[in-house]
Ligand binder design. Structure first.
Ligand code: COA
Length: 308
């Protein structure tokens, strides 16, 4: 019989053991994932304060921990969110997930959380299925690939942007933001900061930007920068693609692939080994492009939005 109880300090150690176990399985499926979650000494302190937030539950079967679901309060999409990071959920079976969400969602409702979001390992479709069954949709895909030399495509020219390109980079940053804010993606995100911020960025060697030009006209850009997480997607050997955009009439002619190839070739020179990128699953262009250039899903964030 499964008993659902509040998540408490006494459960931290067995919960950390479940996290380590799942992280090892995920890294077997995708060796590019960083090993941080396989170290109990790294995982255990993450639970500090979880029980005092009172947004977590655990499943006990025959005296052992069969799952846990712990959320953090967070503001996002203009709403109060119950946010479950990739290390704060584990369940032995789908029915345990369902039973835990039943209790946890009641706690989340009591603290006015109208968006519920959970980050899951992408290698575990059976673990993801109950979330979809309960009304969660996949929203963001984190993906990874190794950094290798790559070839240019088509007749597009690529050049590294400098501070003198700040206005162009800001304009393309805004075009990307508008694309993502519109249908079918509807991303809720702060607007990019504009020309001054672009100028500062373009002076930073670790945050390079490339421009694609055709007949001397800029038709797209792509940029890289340090990764701030999730933890298995960070490290000195990893860089994140934080933006890519090609104007609609020039898509599917190799501009995106050539921008990506320039970024990869730069990253090889810089001694980097892994590239991360995340994208909205509702973005049809990104869902086509990133897998086509070899980025493999490693995490899926799923979310459910309730009426305010
Ligand atoms: C994602 C994005 C930057 C990709 O750029 P793109 O220029 O369309 O990318 P490419 O043309 O290099 O894409 C590759 C496709 O073109 C084809 N292609 C590549 N070189 C080609 C060439 N010389 N001639 C014809 N087709 C070519 C590829 O085979 C591939 O086709 P496929 O989609 O059928 O697999 C672009 O779609 C975009 O701006 N989307 C909106 C913004 C966005 O979603 N950004 C990503 C946010 S995470």
């Amino acid at each position: 019989m499964t008993q659902i109880v509040p998540f408490s300090e006494s459960l931290v150690e067995p919960a950390a053991a479940l996290v380590v176990d799942r992280a090892m399985t995920a890294r077997q499926a995708e060796p590019l994932l960083g090993p941080v979650f396989e170290d109990p000494a790294y995982v255990t302190p993450l639970f500090a304060g979880v029980s005092s937030k009172r947004l977590g539950v655990a499943a006990i079967e025959n005296g052992r921990l069969a799952g846990f679901l712990a959320a953090f309060p967070f503001e996002f999409w203009g709403s109060q969110v119950a946010y479950v990071p990739e290390w704060a959920f584990a369940a032995d079976r789908a029915d345990i997930t369902t039973a835990m969400y039943r209790e946890a969602s009641s706690l989340w409702q009591q603290s006015d959380r109208t968006v519920h979001t959970v980050t899951l390992w992408a290698n575990d479709p059976d673990g993801e299925a109950p979330w979809h069954h309960m009304g969660f949709g996949r929203v963001v895909i984190d993906s990874l690939r190794e950094i290798t030399l790559a070839a240019m495509q088509g007749k597009v020219r690529i050049r590294r942007a400098g501070p003198e390109d700040a206005e162009t980079v800001a304009r393309f940053g805004l075009a990307l933001w508008e694309y993502l804010a519109g249908p079918p993606v509807f991303r809720i995100h702060p607007q990019p900061e504009g020309t001054e911020a672009a100028h500062t960025r373009l002076g930073e060697p670790a945050r390079p930007v490339w421009l694609a030009t055709k007949d001397d006209e800029v038709i797209g850009f792509l940029s890289l920068g340090p990764s701030e997480g999730p933890a298995p997607l960070t490290g000195n050997d990893l860089i994140r693609c934080d933006a890519a955009f090609v104007v609609a009439e020039h898509r599917h002619t190799g501009a995106g692939q050539s921008l990506f190839a320039s970024a990869m070739n730069w990253a090889v020179e810089a001694g980097l080994k892994r590239l991360a990128v995340d994208y909205e699953s509702a973005n049809p262009e990104a869902s086509r492009f990133w897998p086509a250039v070899g980025c493999r899903p490693v995490m899926h964030a799923v979310a459910r939005r309730l009426a305010e």
